[in-house]
Design a binder for this molecule. Structure first.
Ligand code: GUN
Ligand code: ZN
Length: 444
């Protein structure tokens, strides 16, 4: 693989702006360059510093003053739910019954799974997202389809087969043995193959028997480096239901904890209605939350208190940003951040542009314990980048001209931007999406 350099404005986070002043966390080069080689970032900095180290003949893709940021990280998304985005009228539990379960049942057909997985990957890359924690369906074929598509672009993805053995239609239920054997086989096929990572994925406590949750814990103990993803305290009716189903548990998190599911690389979607004990426990266990603001607003689930979770120095919890499509309404992380800003208002907090960029990049990578691989523009990390055009539309160009600082510009983008702003996406040092031309995957 030959080297290539990208030139533009570089924006990346050094450290956590929920724990340090934002201005100290942002690394910004107005005329910057990144040298990509063998799938990695080999050098990054000012154009003047990088130009002398370019190997002779290195092609330079000049993006002018477009913003080169780390590829976005989506900490929670359901690829089989593309067809139910924007389904009218229900809160979480009836929404699952009425829309989600029928949509997921169609993934018994492997050809359907392949089609939707291919569409999903393209749409993610079109939104500048290069790493995601992805729920498939109960069908193992849905996981094979997803990882096959991810491999075509060499994206670093975390995904798994949904486990659910109760409170779901019969055609969507597995059982403890089948769930175990299917997950085990998928782990053998995909976990650690290239950039693919497996997540044990019990849907949520109401759809898993205590025995199935125990089995999920046993799987985690049997294999190194697995992820765990599930839903936690999203909706009041769900929380009440979990209390009835697991009367002996101290709280919702404890249901998972007793099965051995709370640890590093555990990612809990939503985590809205939590007590202090649950926050302390997640801090201590190095577990993470996925904040999913468009989903929470769409389903009326509640307002996640981001600063309570992430900014308490005594027990900060790792937080990433999830689109949670199909309850979420966009795959685009800047759009998701626009809603995160409004949700923070409901707790009388102000989410600034630097904190926003952290959530969508380095913070998401840290939530997933992948920060040694992705999430920042730094030598040695994997070469996943998104190029944002701040003047993609006449309105954006007009607004961008008023921006006095890069933070102001970035903040305006989180309010106004849509996918037209994504000028290009690079994965493992290769272009995988370009707004102005068709890019083929490097592998068929
Ligand atoms: N809780 C259990 N399953 C789901 C799901 O598919 N989406 C959301 N938003 N919450 C869930
Ligand atoms: Zn979800």
């Amino acid at each position: 693989m030959t080297a290539v350099a990208l030139r533009g404005q570089l924006l990346s986070l050094r450290t956590d702006p929920f724990l340090q002043p934002s201005a100290e966390c942002l690394a910004h080069e107005t005329d910057g360059a990144v040298l990509l080689r063998e799938g990695l970032i080999e050098a990054a900095g000012s154009w003047d510093a990088v130009r002398p180290v370019l190997p002779p003949g290195t092609p330079v893709v000049d993006y002018g003053d477009a913003l080169i940021v780390p590829g976005f990280v989506d900490a929670h998304v359901h690829y089989p739910q593309l067809s139910v985005i924007g389904a009218f009228g229900e809160e979480l539990l009836p929404w699952l019954e009425r829309y989600v379960f029928p949509a997921e049942a169609r993934f018994a057909d492997p050809a359907h799974a392949e089609r939707v997985a291919a569409l999903f990957l393209r749409e993610l890359l079109r939104a500048g997202t290069t790493t995601a924690a992805v729920y498939c369906t109960v069908h193992p074929e849905s996981v094979d389809a997803f990882f096959r598509q991810s491999e075509r672009f060499d994206t670093r993805m975390v995904a798994g087969k949904v486990l659910m053995d109760r409170n779901a239609p019969p055609e969507l239920r597995d059982d403890v043995r089948r769930g175990h054997d299917d997950s085990q086989a998928l782990i053998g096929r995909w976990h650690g193959r290239g950039r693919q990572c497996y997540a044990v994925t019990p849907r949520f406590a109401p759809s898993c028997s205590p025995e199935q949750l125990e089995m999920a814990g046993a799987l985690l103990r049997q294999h190194d480096g697995l992820f765990l993803q599930t839903h936690l305290s999203e909706n009041r009716a769900e929380v009440d239901w979990v209390r009835d189903l697991f009367p002996d548990a101290r709280d919702y998190l404890d249901v998972y904890d007793r099965a051995g599911l709370v640890g590093p690389r555990s990612v809990f979607g939503h985590a809205i209605h939590l007590g202090e004990r649950e926050l302390c426990r997640c801090h201590e266990a190095h577990a993470a939350f996925a904040h999913c603001p468009t989903s929470n607003l769409f389903l009326g689930s509640g307002a996640f208190d981001l600063f309570r979770a992430a900014a308490d120095r005594r027990r900060p919890v790792r937080v990433g940003l999830g689109t949670d499509v199909g309850a979420g309404t966009s795959l685009f992380q800047l759009r998701t951040l626009g809603e995160a800003y409004k949700v923070a208002h409901l707790h009388n907090r102000r989410l600034d542009a630097v904190q926003s960029l952290w959530l969508a990049t380095a913070g998401g990578a840290r939530a997933l314990h992948l920060d040694h691989r992705v999430g920042r523009i730094e030598a040695g990390l994997e070469a996943d980048l998104c190029v944002l055009d701040p003047r993609a539309t006449p309105l954006l160009a007009f607004r961008a001209a008023q921006a006095e600082t890069v933070s102001d510009l970035l903040f305006a983008l989180t309010t106004l931007a849509d996918e037209r702003c994504v000028r290009a996406t690079w994965v493992a040092g290769r272009p995988v999406y370009d707004r102005d031309r068709t890019v083929e995957p490097f592998r068929e």
